[in-house]
Design a protein. Structure first.
Length: 125
C-alpha cells in the first residue's frame, strides 16, 4: 500500500489490484497524469484503507483477488451509503465477468493505458 501523502488538487484514485506489475503500471500512468494514487491488493485491504484516506474520485477494481474479491468489494461498497456514490471502473481479463455490475467502465486486460487515463479524467475532473 502507498503511504498516506496529501492528495493533489485532482481527486485521488484507489487502485485495487493483486497483480504487482499491473498495479505498478496503472499507478505510473495515473501519477504521470497528476493523480494521487492509493493502492490495495484485495478488497479487505481496500475497505480498511478507505477509512484512512480522502474519498477517492474513482476506484479501479480487479475482480479476481484473494481474501475479498472484486464482486464482494463492489457489493459491499454499493451497500454503504457513505461510499455508494464512488465510481468504479472494473479491470479484468474477461470483460463478460463484469456483467451485472453497475460499473462506470470495464477495461480489458492487458490494459489500454490511454483508455485508463481517459476513464480517470472522466471521473475525477
Amino acid at each position: 500500500m502507498t503511504d498516506l501523502k496529501l492528495p493533489s488538487a485532482k481527486k485521488p484514485i484507489l487502485v485495487i489490484e493483486d497483480d504487482h506489475d499491473t498495479r505498478v503500471s496503472i499507478r505510473g500512468v495515473l501519477e504521470s497524469e497528476g493523480y494521487h494514487i492509493y493502492t490495495a491488493t484485495n478488497g479487505m485491504d481496500a475497505f480498511n484503507l478507505l477509512d484512512k484516506i480522502p474519498t477517492p474520485g474513482l476506484i479501479f477494481l480487479d475482480l479476481v483477488m484473494p481474501i475479498m474479491n472484486g464482486w464482494e468489494f463492489f457489493s459491499a461498497l454499493k451497500k454503504d451509503p457513505s461510499r455508494a456514490h464512488i465510481p468504479v471502473a472494473v479491470v479484468t481479463v474477461i470483460p463478460e465477468k463484469a456483467l451485472g455490475l453497475d460499473a462506470m467502465s470495464v477495461l480489458e486486460k492487458p490494459l489500454d493505458l490511454e483508455a485508463l487515463a481517459q476513464v480517470a479524467h472522466q471521473a475525477c475532473n
